[in-house]
Ligand binder design. Structure first.
Ligand SMILES: Cc1cc2nc3c(=O)[nH]c(=O)nc-3n(C[C@H](O)[C@H](O)[C@H](O)COP(=O)(O)OP(=O)(O)OC[C@H]3O[C@@H](n4cnc5c(N)ncnc54)[C@H](O)[C@@H]3O)c2cc1C
Ligand code: FES
Ligand code: FES
Length: 1399
């Protein structure tokens, strides 16, 4: 059987080393004909740059951040998968005679690629300081499109790049422009809303042409008639009616292009804030000098790496003749990933993407001939146009255009090339199956004048192996038009629709004669073998057979099964899904051909689930608005975030004498450590030292963990307990060398058995000894008296935080042993305490400062502490500043995740469907240490009944000990897992009894009049609002109407099914540990009347500082802008609780108010003396002169809570509940498992919001994050070694722009006054509670599956399907229950297990 791989990242390490060392002089001597220069010339943000000694190891982002010192461009993943590093690169296209603008991932493209171009970063387009904000920046900020802000510069630059090419794009084009950007905070909707303000649909006609109408407007670029004309003569004109003469295409033009100035003056944000008009002519001009500049070959490098940039094909061939093993680099989207993630070390690199001959294209001899290094974006546009105009013959171009829509993100497509895809020969390439099935060929050339032609179908010869010989390059690819009688179509299925690597990809072609007999067939698949492969048996079967017959279809299925005999444990997993997809794709293709032949076909099977253009409403009216509090002010740092001026820990300038610290991570899941040898690491250039357990003052100093008792090791001691545990730290001045050195540390192990999953832990009784049980009433008696008793198991997987800014810090040692720690942490106090603990320095000498975090979501509540402590140890030992930031891959490997849970339950119901009793055991995968697991399990137990009354209950939470990284806090902190159990119980019971799940819900809501209590005996008070929220939400969403529409739809569709679901939530607010429910603040009023507020919470995008400033401003009666919050510092407010538990506004807000109250009291006499109109400047100055203390320290502790386990009548666990309801509809392509959320209506009880827009941002962001948790995000571990496989955006998919519900409406509970709330301004915590509502999408999909299964004759519908999350595309497809999935099913042989494990 062939090696079969599913390869987002099988971390193979290849012998990529080209050992020979070259130098500038040796290469210049060997290539005397080529007139190399060794400097780089380009423009950066409108200014000329000459880089005299370019760093050959620097990629573009390294230059931007480290040499140009422009920190606005962020590094999120370093693998092209998140878009945080997006920049715009402009160049003059001499053929088109216009400037083109491309969004590119600066973490991928090499520095040499900007030679002769104009590089534009977020700083170049607008800055806050001189009020030069670009409209893209301003609108994203004012529409609340920036929360933590780490993704924001990249998003701004994607939008900017689009607008530079087309100033009035369509909504569709806007959505596409973002397909290479991710955001983990916002839920995308506000960004989309902001971007839509530029859309043609939102503009009046420009009126420049007679009959101008929006979609046909010249500014839209392409009217239907124009497209045809353009393609017919193969001119890709500029977007303005003036074509190449458009002022925007002219370098340094003053421009007379359309300005929509007057139109846009009328445009406002949802909050009524006016917006700057967009005047394209004011955008940065293209430098004239670059237009006429002659391209010159470049050569530079050092002992580690060399770069050559030839400017002609001839030069390139000559270089390869002399250096046949030099590494050719096109878009670098493969090469750079190999360098960064797979440790490839290419010494001699030749950049070949700027050679005109390799980028040209023409239509000739019945086909499209393209230069091998044309960008995929350009090829996409050409193919789109050809497909539009060529009819039948253009089918192959249509297949390519269709596939490109889902091929990587825009930034990658702007750089990547067909040659790169072909030579990479990835088994899951999306392009290669089309080139094979389409009968394409390629031309390779060598310096000696040898020209060879290869059919693509012969070119791939093994795993990542082709027939390309050293010294040859691919120069052209020929893509023939589709022959008469031939039919071709491409398919792809991945985890996420946009920007994801395929699970299975295919291109299928048949050629039929007039009698519909198959003359030829080429069925090509990716993801089914070690290379792109044809299906020999199925193809042979099809030949000479009448196509349009059932027997042909069935026979092809059978032969495809024979072609792809995947075993259950196949590398990459998902054997059944992959097999089923090969058949499903063929089924779709079969119907596609029938449709083309105008024969009866199943229209449904052709449907592609479309993501549409999301739209949404926020009911932004806040009846509780006062002077400042309650208003929807944008996040106070938003304007700095959109310009790249906001500073994160990693942006702090390099310090004198700084060291970079790289952890050495162990590569066994469970083993005894026999020896460690790190001497080789010290030999590496620029390495200054090594840290390990021997540097600690005592063995006790090696232990840390959650207050009060720490049991986790900073450094592995005698054993390794998870793959990725730290054994040491390398310190060097050069980060690259530090990484190289870390790889040289040798460890010998003795293997021990590893426990990875909860199931393994239960089998082996691997638990932490700290179970907790809540008991209420007599549940056993209740079961005995129940009408119905059901038992089942629910399971929910892990979730990666995927905060955009990875874990990291900078520690600076100062005089007298002081340590200044700049950390990306939610927990300054523990950061301080453990830095003190590990170094032996008193806490009073350690200051932790946190300006802001690029996202946290709980992942930096405790897990950040170990890195800052290690950096502090290094700073103390070497007496030098130490900077330690984890790579995305290491961060995901070591930082832990949301706890997976397996929940075994038994439920009783009476005849009126009221719950009588519940007995449940909740097993959580804690990982190797407890960390916060105690609290997470407690909260899961508390929330396991969600919003329902259960009179008798026993709930037990058990933390399982496994050999994975320690799982930790994640938004919701066990609550979503517990509530998932409750909702799976509701749905399971409803399916078993054949009733509507909402009937069960309604019967079991709390009855306030009856004085009912939760399962943990907390009295449910008039704070309980779930039934009201649900009623309002159902009415506003037209729930009954949706249900009818969906039933109607499902009656008329066989393969596409829709589903509907509703879910409530009831989330308790307060820290589970009582002592954490305290907050502090320190306020100084200065003599000029300005107010400096410090409080205990950190700003991580959730708008906490904005809310605190609003409270202080209103309480002190000063304007909002008169209040400043600089940072969170242990020097200002000490002994803080972590910013977590959705309680930070409550705790710190009250502390701020307390400080304000004290100040107001002291200022009262002065106010009375000066009169009501006195300014704060006047009041403060007077107070100072009268020796009144203008500083106050506020404090707050939450009253009336303090649950104690095991106490018969405990105090309340929570001070109130944030409640909500979601209603969702989905559409599912049951042939592939692909789906989209059509509508989501989310209504929350948020009390009286302090800032409604910020709260709504939290709701949207949390909902989308929750949707990811329950449907898309799947953490997987490799079974053979226990390593986390899903590391980085390539392998781990968070929702993207196109995953946003197509209709996304947010509202708040109405008709309540919330007078019962004792919280700050009667507001409610909102950060975590809406996340759980994302599971509504899962239940809507289950509802659609119910219809699908009934369609296929399964009478019980979804009854009996596993109660499992995430409901991924492969699971969905496997649950459809049709005959095709039956054919595709792979049954494990004895002892055969899945390639991956879910922990
Ligand atoms: C974030 C991300 C997402 C991606 N998503 C997808 C996806 O959805 N689908 C998919 O199929 N792929 C995807 N890829 C893979 C990759 O983008 C493609 O394989 C791409 O086409 C590679 O092109 P490139 O120009 O960037 O190649 P490079 O990285 O520059 O080069 C790749 C190989 O091609 C060689 N090469 C380049 N030009 C020539 C030439 N003219 N002659 C001979 N050899 C040459 C290089 O030496 C190298 O060995 C993704 C990659 C990334 C980083
Ligand atoms: S940092 Fe470049 S794409 Fe993520
Ligand atoms: S605002 Fe997008 S990742 Fe935080």
């Amino acid at each position: 059987m062939p090696l079969v791989v599913y390869e987002p990242l099988i971390f193979y390490t290849f012998p990529y080393y080209s050992c020979t060392t070259h130098s500038v002089s040796s290469i210049s001597t060997a290539l005397p004909e080529i007139p190399f220069k060794s400097t780089l010339h380009f423009y950066l943000n409108g200014k000329p740059k000459i880089v005299k000694k370019p760093d050959p190891e620097a990629i573009l982002i390294d230059y931007i951040r480290n040499s140009a010192h422009l920190a606005g461009t962020k590094l999120g993943c370093a693998e092209g998968g998140c878009g945080a590093c997006t920049v715009t690169v402009a160049e003059f296209d001499h053929d088109l005679k216009r400037v083109t603008y491309k969004a590119l991932n600066s973490c991928i493209v090499p520095l040499i690629s900007v030679e002769g171009k104009h590089l534009i970063t977020v700083e170049g387009i607008g800055q806050l300081e001189n009020d030069s904000l670009h409209p893209t920046q301003e609108r994203i900020a004012k529409f609340h499109g920036s929360q933590c802000g780490f993704c924001t510069p990249g998003i701004v630059m994607s939008l900017y790049s689009l607008l530079r090419n087309n100033s009035t794009p369509s909504k569709e084009q806007i959505s596409e422009a973002f397909d290479g950007n991710l955001c983990r905070c916002t839920g995308y909707m506000p960004i989309i809303d902001a971007a839509y303000t530029f859309a043609i649909e939102n503009q009046p006609e420009c009126g420049s042409q007679p009959g101008c109408a929006k979609v046909n407007c010249c500014r839209n670029g392409k009217s239907a008639a124009e497209v045809v004309k353009q393609v017919a003569d193969f001119k890709l004109e500029a977007v303005c009616a003036k074509g190449v003469d458009c002022c925007r295409n002219k370098p340094e033009s003053n421009g007379t292009a359309h300005s929509n100035e007057t139109d846009m003056n009328a445009l406002f944000t949802p909050n009524g804030l006016p917006l700057k008009p967009y005047a394209p002519q004011l955008d940065l001009p293209f430098p004239k000098v670059l237009q006429s500049r002659e391209a010159t070959p470049v050569l530079y490098g050092n002992g580690h790496k060399m770069w050559i940039k030839p400017t002609t094909k001839q030069q390139l061939l000559e270089i390869l003749y002399v250096y046949p093993h030099a590494k050719l680099v096109g878009g670098a989207s493969e090469v750079q990933v190999e360098v960064k993630l797979k440790n490839a070390d290419y010494k001699l690199n030749v950049y070949c993407n700027d050679i005109a001959e390799l980028k040209s294209w023409k239509f000739t001899n019945g086909g499209l001939e393209i230069g091998a290094n044309i960008s995929l974006s350009d090829l996409e546009m050409i193919c789109e146009n050809l497909a539009h105009t060529m009819g039948h013959a253009g089918q192959i171009y249509g297949a390519l255009a269709q596939q490109f829509k889902f091929f990587a993100g825009r930034q990658i497509r702007n750089a990547a090339t067909p040659a790169g895809a072909i030579v990479t020969a990835s088994p899951i390439s999306d392009l290669n199956p089309i080139l094979v099935a389409g009968g394409c060929h390629l031309i390779v050339e060598s310096f000696a004048g040898n020209v060879k032609t290869f059919a693509l179908r012969d070119f791939f010869v093994g795993y990542r192996k082709t027939l390309l010989e050293p010294g040859y390059i691919i120069t052209k690819i020929f893509i023939p038009q589709t022959a008469p009688g031939a039919f071709i179509h491409a398919y792809k299925q991945s985890k996420r629709k946009d920007d994801d690597i395929a699970i299975v990809t295919a291109c299928l072609q048949v050629e039929l004669d007039d009698a519909r007999i198959v003359k030829d067939a080429c069925l090509v698949y990716g993801g089914m073998a070690a290379l792109t492969v044809e299906s020999p048996k199925a193809q042979a079967f099809l030949r000479d057979r009448k196509f349009d017959e059932k027997a042909t279809l069935e026979g092809t299925f059978h032969h495809l099964e024979l072609d792809f005999p995947l075993g259950f444990g196949v590398p990459g997993g998902m054997a059944s899904y992959r097999k089923t997809l090969t058949l499903s794709f063929f089924y779709k293709f079969f119907n596609y051909v029938l449709q083309s032949l105008e024969m009866p076909f199943e229209a449904d099977s052709l449907a592609e689930v479309t993501r549409g253009k999301p739209e949404g409403k926020r009911d932004i009216v806040n009846p509780f608005e006062t002077e400042i509090v309650g208003k929807s002010n944008p996040h106070l740092a938003a304007l700095r975030q959109v310009t790249g001026e906001a500073v994160y820990a990693s942006d702090i300038s390099p310090q004198f004498n700084e060291l970079c610290a790289i952890p050495v991570l162990l590569t066994k899941a469970h083993a005894k450590i026999l020896s460690v040898d790190w001497l080789a690491a010290l030999e590496v250039d620029t390495v200054e030292g090594y840290l390990d357990i021997n540097d600690l003052p005592s063995k006790l100093a090696n232990l840390w963990g959650v207050n009060p008792a720490g049991m986790e090791e900073f450094f592995a001691d005698t054993h390794v307990y998870y793959y990725g545990q730290t054994i040491g730290v390398v310190l060097a001045t050069d980060p690259e060398r530090a990484r190289e050195a870390a790889r040289l540390v040798k460890v010998e192990y003795e293997d021990l058995t590893a426990v990875i999953s909860i199931e393994d832990a239960i089998d082996q009784s691997s638990y932490f000894a700290d179970n907790r049980v809540t008991e209420k009433g007599d549940w056993e008696a209740a079961f005995a008296g129940s009408k119905h008793v059901f038992e089942n198991t629910s399971r929910i997987g892990a979730q990666e935080h995927f905060y955009f800014e990875t874990q990291g810090c900078l520690v600076i040692p100062e005089e007298d042993g002081e340590l200044k720690v700049y950390a990306s942490t939610q927990n300054p106090t523990e950061t301080q305490e453990y830095a003190a603990h590990i170094t032996g320095v008193p806490s009073s000498k350690v200051v932790v400062r946190v300006k802001r975090l690029g996202g946290g979501f709980g992942g930096k509540e405790t897990r950040s502490v170990c890195w800052s402590s290690l950096a502090a140890l290094g700073a103390k030992k070497f007496k030098r500043p130490v900077r330690m930031f984890l790579s995305r891959s290491d961060d995901m490997l070591v930082a832990g995740q949301r706890h997976p849970f397996l929940m075994k339950w038994k439920i009783g119901l009476d005849e009126s469907l009221r719950f009588t009793g519940l007995d449940a055991t909740l097993y959580a995968n804690a990982g190797w240490s407890m960390d916060l697991t105690r609290g997470v399990v407690d909260r899961a137990v508390f929330h396991a009944a969600n919003a329902y009354h259960i009179p008798n209950a026993r709930l037990e939470g058990i933390p399982c000990k496994t050999n994975t990284a320690s799982n930790t806090a994640f938004r919701g902190f066990g609550g979503p897992q517990g509530m998932f159990m409750a909702e799976t119980i509701v749905v399971d019971v409803a399916e078993r009894l054949g009733v509507d799940p909402d009937l069960i819900r309604e019967r079991n809501y709390y009855d306030l009049a009856a004085g009912q209590t939760t399962t943990y005996k907390q009295l449910v008070s008039d704070d309980y609002s779930v039934p009201d929220i649900v009623a309002q939400n159902k009415e506003e969403a037209n729930f009954d109407g949706l249900r009818n529409e969906i039933s109607e739809f499902n009656r008329n569709h066989k393969w596409v099914k829709r589903g509907l679901a509703h879910v409530p939530t009831m989330f308790g607010i307060a820290f589970g540990v009582t002592f954490l429910n305290q907050g502090g603040a320190l306020i100084h009023i200065h003599q000029d009347g300005s107010v400096l507020v410090s409080h205990g919470g950190t700003e991580m995008g959730q708008g906490l500082h904005t809310k605190m400033a609003m409270i202080a401003a209103e309480e002190l009666n000063v304007p909002l802008l008169g209040v400043f919050i600089s940072e969170t510092s242990t020097q200002s407010v000490a002994n803080t609780s972590a910013t977590a538990a959705s309680a930070s506004s409550d705790l710190n807000g009250m502390a701020v108010k307390d400080a304000c109250d004290q100040l107001n009291e002291r200022l009262r006499p002065i106010r009375e003396k000066l009169g009501p109109g006195a300014s704060m400047a006047n009041i403060a100055k007077t107070a100072y002169l009268e020796r009144v203390n203008l500083s106050a320290n506020g404090f707050y502790k939450t009253p009336d809570i303090g649950y104690e386990w095991g106490v018969p009548n405990p105090k309340p666990a929570f001070s109130y509940y944030t409640q909500g309801s979601a209603i969702c509809t989905v559409e599912v392509d049951t042939l592939t498992g692909d789906w989209t959320c059509l509508e989501a209506h989310v209504k929350m009880d948020i009390g009286r919001p302090i800032n409604q827009a910020i709260d709504y941002g939290q709701i949207e962001g949390a909902f989308v994050q929750g949707m990811g948790l329950f449907t898309l995000e799947q953490s997987l571990w490799l079974r053979h070694n226990g390593a986390l496989f899903t590391r980085g955006p390539g392998a781990y998919k968070i929702p993207g722009f196109r995953d946003v519900p197509q209709v996304f409406n947010i509202s708040m509970l109405k008709n309540r006054d919330f007078k019962h709330l004792k919280t700050i301004r009667r507001s409610k915590g909102i950060g975590e509670p809406p996340l759980f509502l994302g599971c509504c999408v899962l239940f809507a999909i289950r509802n659609a599956l119910d219809a699908a299964r009934r369609e296929h004759g399964i009478a019980g519908g979804s009854r009996g399907l596993p109660l499992i999350s995430p409901l991924t595309t492969d699971r969905i497809r496997g649950f459809v229950g049709d005959t095709i999935s039956g054919y595709g099913e792979v049954v494990p042989k004895d002892g055969e297990r899945d390639f991956f494990v879910e922990a």
